[in-house]
Design a protein around this ligand. Structure first.
Ligand code: ZN
Length: 519
């Protein structure tokens, strides 16, 4: 067995994986928060968006030359490649029980030649940012620190700010592991990556004052200027009205072929948007999934054309499923009426003795330690209970057991058909004229199951996993990268999906080495 052993363990050598010179300790402090690495990481740029459009041809030529030189130094990763594509909102039912006529040839191909889960149980709340952070850390929100989509816990302050910034992640991520093992990484629109230690990163972020509107110029403010320049040269400025996912895929294909990073993270969002507007499994959602499948096909073709197919494993996954809704309920209306929240002349929350965070399918309530407003909150919410607009209420202890936000005092879980919204004025309940969709509910509820499909030279075909946890995916991706770190994530990797013919997989734990177990 080919091992590189040091005093603390062993670095496994997998087919095609060249460990860095000298051994690196694989044992880390499990508990300690870790600052993202800064060397070579992405920093916020001061580049004014408009200036891109007026760069002269001479400047562009010089920039291109500089980029070629710079990228030659940056492209230090070699060996294995892992391509992770997240199709936001793709419940596993889309591939386990596809509707007749659904055209997803690439997903079908990956399932036929690889391994997949019938269902993936997510984290609470089943929202995009906590879930994507679980995927890249293997840990639940209470540990990784991205507790909800929204970041503010002060009533009326920054109500539209999301957890965009990677510095909020409290535990090591896949990109941290890549860098620690002298590998390279790229990410396109992956949540919570602004400022992350990713070599080529185009994060997901928008101007909170304008809502969730696609704005490439705003995003560019948070991209390394060299990467901005490089993408502008290679792709130009995305035309107005062009499909976001198409542009995201184009950028990911560019990073894949030009830099060949060891890890690529791509986040596609159109399916989620369609499901919110028209409901899960609606014709519009099915059509969005077919487009996502085509984008997966573009990535597979790019890998093949770059000669990387034999060294690239592919993981197609999602963050959460969806449930249909036909009612919107505004718990803040009751809390404002009880004087626990205050509102301005327009009915917006301006302050209060408590804070609330709406998670669509759930609703978290916060108040300071020592403040005794629990009874008032309970009394204020009585109309919700009386009208059957709450399925369950969880206290802090129950939330702790679920690995949810440790600061939340109370969580309301919405019943079937109900979505909670943040408004503090207007009617308590609005009935929708047609079905919509949402998520954020408990991960155990039917319909919220997310997806996991793995395929590639290291992945066995024909392995079906009945029900796995979202926390198992990060360690599995790490293993696919050829890194075996038993301290990464809450659970061990899904070793059963790896080909047994690979003699290099070993388990090491504080110096003890044993052979790889598989079915
Ligand atoms: Zn999502």
């Amino acid at each position: 067995m080919d091992l590189c052993v040091n005093s603390e363990g062993a670095i496994p050598r997998r087919k095609g994986y060249a460990p860095p010179s000298g051994c690196i300790s694989l044992v880390r402090n499990r508990q300690g928060p870790r600052e993202p690495a800064t060397s070579g990481g992405v920093r916020r740029s001061n580049l004014a968006p408009g200036r891109l459009l007026v760069l002269s041809a001479g400047v562009l030529a010089l920039a291109a030359l500089a980029l070629l030189i710079a990228s030659a130094f940056l492209a230090r990763g070699t060996g294995r490649h892992v391509l992770v594509i997240s199709v936001d909102g793709m419940g596993s039912s889309y591939y386990m029980q596809p509707v007749a006529g659904l055209k997803t040839p690439n997903i079908r191909r990956l399932m036929a030649g690889g391994s997949f889960a019938w269902a993936v149980e997510g984290v609470y709340p089943t929202l995009t940012y906590p879930s994507h952070t679980t995927i890249v850390t293997g840990r639940r929100p209470a540990e990784h620190g991205i507790y909800t989509n929204l970041s503010s816990r002060q009533p009326g302050k920054n109500p539209d700010g999301w957890f965009w910034f990677a510095k909020a992640i409290k535990v090591p991520t896949l990109w941290d592991e890549a860098r620690a093992h002298h590998m390279t990484s790229a990410a396109v629109a992956w949540p919570v990556t602004v400022g992350a230690a990713i070599d080529w990163d185009v994060p997901e972020i928008w101007d909170p004052s304008k809502g969730q509107v696609s704005d490439p110029f705003y995003v560019m403010r948070f991209v390394n200027p060299l990467t901005v320049m490089e993408l502008a040269l290679a792709m130009g400025i995305p035309p107005r009205g062009s499909e976001d996912d198409a542009n995201r895929t184009k950028a990911a294909c560019y990073f894949l072929t030009r830099h060949q990073p060891n890890l690529i993270l791509l986040h596609l969002e159109a399916l989620d948007r369609a499901e919110h507007h028209f409901g899960p499994h609606s014709p519009q959602a099915n059509s969005a999934l077919e487009r996502a499948d085509a984008h997966i096909g573009e990535m597979l073709s790019a890998a093949k054309q770059a000669g990387l197919e034999i060294s690239t494993d592919v993981v197609v996954l999602s963050d959460h499923g969806f449930l249909p809704v036909d009612q919107k309920v505004q718990p803040n209306v009751l809390l404002a009426r009880a004087g626990l929240l205050t509102t301005d002349s327009k009915g917006k929350i301006a302050g209060g003795r408590i804070a609330t965070v709406v998670n669509d399918g759930s609703f978290f309530i916060y108040w300071p330690q020592g403040s005794d407003v629990g009874a008032e909150v309970d009394s204020a919410l009585k109309p919700l209970r009386d009208q059957g607009l709450v399925q369950a209420v969880f206290d802090q202890e129950a939330l702790h057991e679920m690995g949810a936000d440790p600061e939340a005092r109370l969580a309301l879980e919405a019943p079937a058909g109900v979505e909670y919204t943040a408004d503090a004025s207007g009617p308590l309940v609005r009935t929708l004229s047609r079905e919509e969709g949402t998520h954020g509910f408990l991960p155990s509820r039917q319909g919220l199951e997310s997806s996991f499909i793995a395929w590639g030279p290291d992945i066995r075909s024909g392995v079906e996993l009945e029900r796995i946890r979202l926390t198992e995916i990060g360690p599995t991706i790490l293993e696919t990268m050829g890194i075996h770190d038993p301290t990464f994530g809450d659970r061990p990797p899904l070793d059963v999906i790896f080909k047994t013919a690979n003699p290099g997989i070993v388990t090491c734990w504080h110096g003890k080495v044993s052979g790889h177990k598989s079915l």
